[in-house]
Design a protein around this ligand. Structure first.
Ligand code: FCB
Length: 433
């Protein structure tokens, strides 16, 4: 009897991994780098005993993963790992350190980044803004400023003018709803506001900013494909009760679809970031917590199938731009990728036009308020020497990328990695940071 059915992905499928400038580059100066050293942040960390637990350096991005210096080495390793695509982000504060003044040397840096990717045959997916703001812009109120869409579009125009002939895929904004929530409603990211009004205003301006940027990019680069990276979650109605179905509908509408609906005439593809699964019950998230990542996030690979099926309503190609887990011991990553890919494949078989999978992340990096302790990388990074080491799961993923699918041989070769025994308990919790 055949023990495994081969899974093949569509021809030309993009395989790779994602990074974001502030999380990996090092030596950036922006609203985050100022906030993470502020007295407000420090006293909060001290009060929660987190400095004692992780050390102050955990929370200071500093040299990050030294990727600004080592990008060539990193992309060469990505190539060896079979990747044919990479998502990077451009650091706005480097390009426009003062309002309206653009830094030619920094754009040269990103030209080199794109050039090496092209040389290696790796398709660049370029994000124009991934959470961090130039200091001058944050002082003007950031995306609360009514002129923020024009200001953002001006920066986008500059970058696209310089890089447009070498980049096909542009991602204007990363996870707008998460940004507005964490920074303006939950108050856990800079500028730490807790205001519903501010959150809604920021979402409104981000919608305008994306649409403006879309127009500008399309005008400058006729072949460009433009979208956003949208964090969509799977909300399951617990026991399919009607009250839970109602709650699910609301959650889906606001969290998953609202932003996409607003920008639907201004996107060429759907960029999906996917991490979360919630069972909705009486206002509580009744998660099964069977398997969790080091951050306590539930690992439920079936969720991506449902999220993808729900996105068919837009009739656009879908690129998965982020998906992954914090797993310092690399015990669950290969299993998680394997199971996730089977679910993506199931969705493709049922007609969903998925065109790529980019894992979060290529490198261990600075995970925002949690700092450095969560380890998301296919490559492990020594925090002292910055030496890169390939994690075993990255080799499993390499074989999949090269085969453009999962064969019986791959399953046999990586059996112990993709069918691990692991415990039910999380070692860390999301709140830490
Ligand atoms: C996403 C962010 C990304 C990273 C992953 C773990 O929400 O876009 O920068 O932090 O989560």
């Amino acid at each position: 009897m055949k023990k495994y059915d081969q899974i093949s992905f569509p021809q030309g499928f993009f395989w790779g991994a994602t990074t974001a400038s502030y999380q990996v580059e090092g030596d950036n100066h922006n609203d985050w780098s100022e906030w993470e050293k502020s007295e407000e942040r420090m006293s909060d960390l001290r009060a929660r005993g987190l400095i004692e637990k992780y050390g102050l350096e955990n929370f200071i991005s500093g040299q990050a993963s030294d990727h600004y210096v080592r990008f060539q080495e990193d992309f060469k390793i990505a190539k060896e790992l079979g990747h044919n695509a990479t998502r990077i982000s451009i650091e706005w504060s480097r390009i426009e350190p003062e309002e309206g003044k653009f830094n030619g040397e920094e754009i040269e840096h990103y030209k080199k980044v794109v050039a090496i990717l092209r040389e290696l045959g790796i398709e660049p997916f370029v994000t124009l803004w991934h959470y961090t703001l130039p200091v001058w812009f944050s002082r003007k109120g950031g995306f609360k400023n009514e002129n923020s869409p024009e200001i953002f579009a001006r920066y986008c125009a500059y970058v696209v003018e310089k890089l447009g002939d070498r980049v096909r895929f542009w991602v204007t904004i990363n996870e707008p709803e998460l940004y507005a929530d964490d920074s303006y409603l939950g108050g856990v990211h800079p500028p730490q506001e807790k205001s519903r009004m501010s959150q809604l205003l920021v979402i409104y301006n981000l919608i305008r900013a994306h649409c403006k940027a879309y127009e500008v990019i399309k005008e400058l680069s006729r072949n460009a494909k433009v979208g956003i990276a949208k964090n969509n979650q799977y909300f399951e109605a617990y026991q399919n009760k009607w009250a839970n179905r109602l709650r699910k509908r609301f959650k889906d509408w606001w969290w998953n679809f609202y932003f996409l609906n607003q920008i639907n005439d201004y996107q060429d593809f759907i960029g999906l970031n996917h991490y979360f699964y919630h069972r909705i019950n009486c206002g509580f998230n009744e998660n099964r917590t069977q398997k969790v990542s080091d951050m306590g996030w539930e690992l439920y690979p079936e969720a991506i199938y449902h999220v993808l099926m729900d996105l068919t309503r837009y009739h656009k190609p879908i690129y998965i731009l982020e998906n992954g887990l914090a797993d310092a011991k690399d015990e669950k990553r290969a299993w998680f990728i394997y199971e996730t890919l089977k679910n993506i494949h199931k969705a493709i078989n049922e007609g969903v036009d998925v065109k790529g999978y980019l894992h979060w992340s290529l490198l261990d990096n600075f995970e925002w308020r949690e700092g450095f302790w969560p380890k998301f990388g296919l490559l492990e990074i020594d925090r002292e020497t910055f030496e890169r080491k390939i994690r075993p799961s990255a080799n499993f993923y390499r074989d999949v990328c090269i085969a453009n699918g999962i064969t019986e041989g791959i399953v046999d070769a990586h059996q112990s990695l993709i069918a691990p025994e692991f415990s039910n308990t999380s070692t860390q919790q999301r709140e830490e940071g």
